[in-house]
Each structure stands twice: as C-alpha cells, then as structure tokens.
Design a protein around this ligand. Structure first.
Ligand code: ADP
Ligand code: MG
Length: 626
C-alpha cells in the first residue's frame, strides 16, 4: 500500500522563541502531562511531586469538582459522585455503555439524541465534560511548571479509537481550553519516546497493560513514517484483575467469607494492590489484615506464589498478541523491537513472559506509565514549531472498512480496513433511474457485504443532478480521512459541478468488542454474504430490466407490437415482478431469461426503428462516409 506523506500545514517558520507545548496521556486509570524542557521530555508533577494523576473526578454538591487527589477511597465512599474510568464511555451511546456491563455504579441519563450523562449531586455530566475536568487539571499543572500558557497539546488515544471516540476526546480538550495540535495513537507515542523513529526501519510491537485494559499494537517504521499495521487487545483485562486474584487469595488464607462487608473487602483489595506493587521490587510482602470479627490475620505472600496467581492473567494477553501478528500478516521473527507500556508491565513476570513470546528482550528503560506522555510531549514540541526542519510523519490505520450503500442494500467499500491514514479515495457512481435528480449517500463502516450488517455512520443527499437517462450522470464520491482519523465525505456531479458533503460525526461509536465481533462475523458469514450479494444483484438487475422495459413499452409498444405479442411480454413481465422481491435468486434469474426471450423481437424492432429515425432525412453517405 502506498504510503501517504503528511505535510504539516504551513511549515512553521523558525521559532523566534520557545513555545509552550505539552503531551497528555489521558488514561483510563491514570493521566499524565509531559513537556520538553531543555532537550529532554519530562513528566510534570503536582506540588507533592506526584506525576500520575488518577483519572478520577469527584463531584461535590455546590463546589467545583476535585480531580485525581489521593482520592481512591472516595471511589468507595461516594461511588455515585466519583467518576473513574470515564475513558471507557467516551464517544459512546447509552446502548454501547450498557454493553460494557453493569459494573459501573453510575446512573446514566439520556436527554434526546445527545451524549449520555452521568447523574451526580452537582448535576448531570457527559463523559466529555468529565474528561475535560481531568484535562483542565493537567493544563493547570503544565502551565505552572512551564511558567506560561500552552500554545498546543498532543493528546494520546488508543489506536483502535474510532471516529466518535476521537471526536469526543477533541471536544473534551476544547472544553478544557486546550488547542489540540494532533491526536496521537498511544503505541506510536511510546515508540517515539524510545526514539524508534530515529533508528532503522522495522516492525515493532507495543505491549500496553494498564489498570483495566490491555492493548497490543504492531507498528511499522519505514521511510521516516510510523504506520499502525494492526491492533488487538482486551478492554477488560489489566492490573485490576491482578488485584482481584490477590484479594481472593487473602480472603482464602485469612479465612474470611466472601459475604464480608464492603468496607472489609475494599480494605483487602487495597492491600492486594499494594502487595502487587511492592513485589515488583521485593521477594516477599507481609500483611496484617483485620477480620470482620476484629481479630487479626498475619501472613506473607512470596514472589513465586504471587507469580503462580497472576500467570493465568498474563497468559490471557498472549492470545491477542498472536492475533495481532496474524492480522498484520507477520511472524514473531519479523518484530525488531518490543516496547512495554502501562503500569502493570513493571511486574517482572510480565516482562519475562512477553520477552519469551516475542523472543526478544523488551524495552523497559522508560517508566512504562510515563512513556506515552513523554512521546506525546516530543511530538507536541515538534508540531508547535520548536524544532524547525524536524517534521515527524505519523500514520495510523482505520480499524474497519468505510463505504457507501449502493442499490439493493449492498456496500461498496471505498477505503478497506487497515488502510493507513490520512487517505483520500474517490469512486464514481451513477444514477439508477431516468431523470433522477437527487442521490442519497449512506456512509457505512464494517466488513460485511450488506448494509444492514454494518454500522451506519451518516446519510446525506446530493441534489441538483441534471435529469438524464439512467446511468448517464457521473457522481464522484470522495472519502477523506484526516490525520486524526476523522472522516469527511463529499459527492459531486461531474457535468454540473454540484457538490455536497459532510463531516462524519456519529453520535456514538463502536466498541473494540464490536469491531472484533464485526470482523469475526465478516469471516464466518463470508459464504452467506456471497449468496446474499448474488440475490441482491439479481433483484437490482431485475428491477432495472422492469424499468427499462416499461419505458420502452410506453414509448413504442403500441406502434411496434401486436396484441398477441404484447400479451406475451406482459405475462413474462408479470412473472418477473412476482419473483423479483423474493429470496430465490435462481427463480429471478430464470424469469429474467424468460422475459429476455419474450422481448428479443421487440428489442430488435425498436433498434431498427431508431436507426430508421436516425437515417430519416439524411443521405446514406452522410452517415457512412465510406
Ligand atoms: P492506564 O493506562 O489504564 O491509565 P497505567 O498505565 O497507569 O493505567 O497503569 C495502572 C496500573 O498499573 C494499575 O493497575 C497499577 O496497580 C499498576 N501498577 C503500577 N505500578 C505497579 C507495579 N510496580 N507493579 C505492578 N503493577 C503496577
Ligand atoms: Mg495507558
């Protein structure tokens, strides 16, 4: 596939002064902000020196919300008003959120068509507004550390984020008063932090195990450009699961029933998480746990026992690793570098198992929970114009094919999945009916052959097509996906130049599970789809034949056909009409063949008549100079 080069709009002139720019990792569990200071990209801490800002917003009655804090306990004390993991809801509709399961303690309210909101004591807030609070806190932190306003930021998003999720992230930034230079894929940011863009060409694997999510991405770096070849993951797998298995182990060891009260269970999960983090550095950790009856349990967890507990969880990350290699059509030996991202990759066993899988020592030198923010900061510094002449080109792929609906409810794909962005593709379509003056454009995303099996993204109409016979108008439909992954579609009638278009901004997007599901479906239903496509094609063909014949009969039926001939054609026409809408494509095919035979003579006479008309009034040699 040809690589498209991104030219930065208006190559920045040599910067007279340093412009303040920052990179933001807006994470599910933790968020960070980083900036290039001097020659180095560093994460920026709060007054206490904490670099990680928990992605938690607590709304209070009559007061501004509190962001991050050491507020983990509020998640437990005041769950309805303490919003965590809001990233999971970005760009999603209520139905999408319901599909995520019922593990969220929030009440979602849906007003009209807009985004769902979370009900709190301080009012109802959309995920975009909640995220904006986190971004505002990071903005403030950066402006204090840098001593001035930010001119622009780069915000990272998971590589699989769809249009709606990216747009929601941009909207949140706008609400927070940030100028987004670009959204950047998290794995690409990590690769930049390690300077893989300064190294040799090659394919890299970025393994990201965070608090609640796992992502694996395959990037190709070539000709100065990063391209995301494929992504996979598990949106419900991360450090939280590790905390849970350790907590269960403690319950068992301390002989505490699962029916223990909430506060006791929360205390145990808290101990479990601390133990996990301590075991990264030490070989054993000791506990003192208070049982519900007030008695104490003292115990110890050793590294080998811990590893036996978490091994199955880490193993679960390897299936997506296999899948992503298959998707990218490469083998383990094609991978040059493996980069570790996410707090959970501090666990030595994770490093060992991932290293063994990829048969390579993974990169761990940069703190795995800071590496994404650092890469984003490096990119922001370049984009804001602090390094004239150093322009980095970044490419991503679209996760699912984009296309439009054609006659019969079929999908014509304009941009196949995994195409690198930015990209522009155009295709010509034509009118179906004589005198058709408008055309409805229905934009869909997915891999299946039928529109009804794919996701509908947008609809619009091109008006003002000059009336012509069917098939004569040339309508060029252009799909353009920009560097942030946002799609715009335009349609233009080429003879008149009338044009219309839209920026696709769906009200909510697809979850990774849905993407997975749709991909799986497209494979398992491939043969159904071919049959369905064949049926639709015959149906469309039949409709076209019926239309054409009706026009011809109206025009010259009286003149050219005897009553008997006309009756035979009408009978064949009725037979085709009777089966045209059915689902037996063989019957349609047969009825079309029958109609074809019944009208062959009529067609020939029409042809002769039109030649006769054309010749009338002309000398033969005017028409045939030879
Ligand atoms: P996210 O990308 O989801 O926002 P992070 O990359 O910040 O999340 O990862 C957070 C997770 O990393 C938490 O589950 C946390 O317990 C875990 N974590 C942080 N430090 C360690 C450590 N030393 N050992 C094991 N897990 C850790
Ligand atoms: Mg992360």
């Amino acid at each position: 596939m040809a690589l498209m080069q991104i030219s930065e709009p208006g190559e920045a002139p040599r910067a007279a002064r340093h412009r303040h720019a920052a990179g933001i990792d807006l994470g599910t569990t933790n968020s960070l902000v980083a900036a290039v200071i001097g020659e180095r990209a560093v994460t920026l801490g709060d007054e206490q020196g904490n670099q990680l800002l928990p992605s938690v917003v607590r709304y209070l009655a009559g007061g501004s919300p509190r962001v991050g804090l050491g507020d983990q306990q509020f998640v437990h004390d005041d769950p309805h008003n303490t919003i965590s993991s809001v990233k999971r809801f970005m760009g999603r509709g209520v139905e999408d959120i319901q599909k995520l399961g019922d593990r969220f303690p929030y009440e979602f309210v849906q007003a009209g068509q807009g985004m769902p909101r979370i009900r709190t004591v301080a009012g109802d807030f959309s995920p975009v507004e909640v995220s904006a609070e986190i971004l505002k806190a990071l903005k403030e932190r950066a402006e204090q550390a840098l001593g001035g306003g930010l001119e622009g930021v780069v915000i990272t998003v998971p590589a699989y984020f769809d249009d709606a999720q990216r747009q929601a992230t941009k909207d949140a930034a706008q609400l927070a008063g940030l100028n987004v230079l670009r959204l950047l894929n998290e794995p690409t940011a990590a690769a930049i932090a390690y300077g893989l863009d300064q190294g040799a060409e090659g394919i890299h694997a970025i393994y990201d195990l965070g608090g609640g999510t796992f992502d694996i991405s395959i990037l190709r770096f070539s000709k100065g450009v990063f391209e995301v070849l494929a992504t996979a993951g598990d949106s419900a797998l991360g450090g939280d699961d590790i905390d849970r298995v350790i907590a269960e182990w403690i319950l068992e060891q301390a002989d505490i029933g699962r029916d223990a009260d909430q506060a006791c269970l929360q205390q145990i999960v808290h101990h479990a998480r601390q133990a996990k983090e301590t075991l990264t550095e030490r070989d054993e950790v000791e506990f003192t746990i208070e049982r519900p009856d007030g008695s104490l349990w003292k115990g110890a967890l050793s590294r080998p026992v811990f590893e036996d507990l978490v091994r199955p969880i880490i193993k679960r990350t390897l299936a997506p690793c296999k899948r992503v290699l298959r998707d990218a059509d490469i083998g383990v030996n094609d991978i040059c570098e493996v980069v570790m991202v996410g707090g959970s990759t501090r666990i030595p066993l994770v490093r060992d198992m991932v290293g063994a899988f990829f048969q390579r020592q993974p990169h761990v030198d940069i703190d795995p929970d800071k590496v994404v923010a650092i890469g984003a900061a490096i990119q922001a510094d370049i984009l804001v114009g602090n390094k004239p002449g150093d322009d980095m080109l970044l490419l991503d792929v679209i996760p699912l094919s984009l296309g439009i609906e054609t006659m019969g409810g079929l999908v014509e794909k304009l941009i196949p999945r995994n195409t690198t962005i930015p990209v522009t593709r155009a295709q010509k379509f034509t009118t179906f009916k004589d005198g058709q003056t408008a055309m409805a454009i229905h934009v869909v995303q997915g891999e299946r052959e039928l529109v009804s099996d794919n996701r509908s993204l947008a609809r619009f109409k091109l008006h003002g097509i000059p009336p012509m016979v069917a098939g004569a108008a040339h309508i060029q439909v252009t799909f353009q996906v920009d560097a942030d992954g946002l799609l715009s579609v335009s349609a233009k009638e080429l003879s008149t130049g009338v044009e219309t278009g839209i920026v696709v901004k769906p009200s909510y997007g697809l979850s990774e599970e849905e993407i997975e599901h749709m991909l799986r479906d497209s494979l398992t239903h491939a043969s159904d789809d071919i049959n369905a496509r064949r049926l639709r094609e015959y149906q469309v063909e039949a409709e076209r034949a019926i239309n054409v014949l009706q026009v011809a009969l109206d025009e010259s039926g009286e003149r050219l056909l005897s009553a008997e001939e006309r009756a035979r054609i009408d009978e064949a026409l009725a037979a085709l009409e009777a089966v045209q809408g059915g689902d037996d494509y063989l019957a349609i095919k047969e009825a079309m063949a029958h109609l074809d035979r019944a009208t062959a003579e009529f067609a020939e006479r029409r042809m002769n008549a039109s030649i006769h008309d054309a010749l009338t009034g002309h000398k033969v040699d005017e028409i045939c100079p030879d």
